[in-house]
Ligand binder design. Structure first.
Ligand SMILES: Nc1ncnc2c1ncn2[C@@H]1O[C@H](COP(=O)(O)OP(=O)(O)OP(=O)(O)O)[C@@H](O)[C@H]1O
Ligand SMILES: [Mg+2]
Length: 218
C-alpha cells in the first residue's frame, strides 16, 4: 500500500513545485517523506527535483530522482514523441515499485490532470494506477473558479480521491469560498507569492500556514 499525495494543478506553472517544497518542510517531522517527479519535460531548463531538493531543504534520502526526463518543454506525449520514445505506464509503475515503502510520497504531476502521456492515456490514468489522493494547486486570480472546478470534476468523474486545494497568489476570499462551495472540497492553504524564494521563507510559511486545521491526512 503506497502512502502519500499526488500534487496536481489547474495548469502548468501554478506553483505545484513550490507547494511540494512546502509540504516537505511542513510534514517531515511527523513522518518520513519522499518527493518524486515521475515525468519531467523541459529538463534542461526545468528540474523540479532540484528545486524541491533546495526549497524543501531535502536530504538525499528524501528524493527519488528517477523517471521520464524529456528535453522539450511541451506536453509529455509530445515531448516523448519528439525524443523518439513513448511513455508507458508500466515503466512508471515499475519505478513506483522502487519507492521506499516506509515513506509518505509527495508525487508531483506535470501540468494538469488531462495532460496526455501517450496516444491513449492521460495523467489521470497514471494517477488512478498510483492510487494516491490528489492535492490540487490552483491560482487565486480571476478564472480560477472555472479551472479549479473543471479539475475537480475531472478527478471526481474518474473516482479519484481529492485531498483538497492549495491556492497560490494574492488572497481572494470570494474565489476561495466559491471553490469550497461548488467544488465540495477544502482549501487547505493559501500561499502568497513570496518576494524571495528560499528554503527559509518556504519553510516558515509551511510551518505557520499550511494545513493549519490539520485536514490533509484525515
Ligand atoms: N508562492 C510562490 N511565490 C513566488 N513565486 C512562485 C510561487 N509559486 C510559484 N512561483 C513562481 O512560479 C514559477 C512556477 O511555479 P512552479 O514551478 O511551482 O509551477 P508548477 O505548477 O510546478 O509547474 P510545472 O507544471 O512545470 O511543474 C516558479 O518558478 C516561481 O517563479
Ligand atoms: Mg513543477
Amino acid at each position: 500500500m503506497r502512502r502519500g499525495l499526488f500534487v496536481t494543478g489547474t495548469d502548468t506553472g501554478v506553483g505545484k513545485t513550490i507547494v511540494c517544497s512546502a509540504l516537505m518542510q511542513r510534514y517531515r517531522d511527523e513522518r518520513p517523506l519522499g518527493y518524486w517527479k515521475p515525468v519531467q519535460t523541459g529538463i534542461e531548463q526545468d528540474d523540479d527535483t532540484a528545486v524541491v531538493r533546495d526549497l524543501g531543504d531535502c536530504a538525499e534520502v528524501e528524493i527519488f530522482d528517477e523517471g521520464v526526463r524529456l528535453r522539450n518543454p511541451v506536453s509529455p506525449h509530445l515531448a516523448a514523441r519528439l525524443s523518439g520514445t513513448t511513455i508507458a505506464l508500466a515503466d512508471l509503475e515499475s519505478l513506483a515499485g522502487r519507492l521506499a515503502t516506509d515513506r509518505t510520497w509527495i508525487v508531483e504531476g506535470a501540468g494538469g490532470v488531462l495532460v496526455p502521456l501517450n496516444d491513449r492515456e492521460l495523467m489521470t490514468d497514471w494517477m488512478a494506477r498510483l492510487g494516491l489522493p490528489a492535492l490540487v494547486v490552483a491560482r487565486t486570480a480571476v478564472g480560477t473558479i472555472n479551472h479549479t472546478l473543471l479539475t475537480l470534476e475531472a478527478l471526481k468523474q474518474r473516482s479519484l480521491k481529492v485531498a483538497g486545494v492549495v491556492m497560490v497568489g494574492e488572497r481572494n476570499e470570494e474565489n476561495r469560498h466559491a471553490i469550497e462551495h461548488y467544488g465540495r472540497t477544502r482549501v487547505i492553504a493559501e500561499m502568497p507569492l513570496f518576494r524571495e524564494l528560499t528554503a527559509a521563507v518556504v519553510g516558515d510559511w509551511a510551518r505557520d500556514e499550511l494545513d493549519r486545521a490539520g485536514h490533509l491526512w484525515r
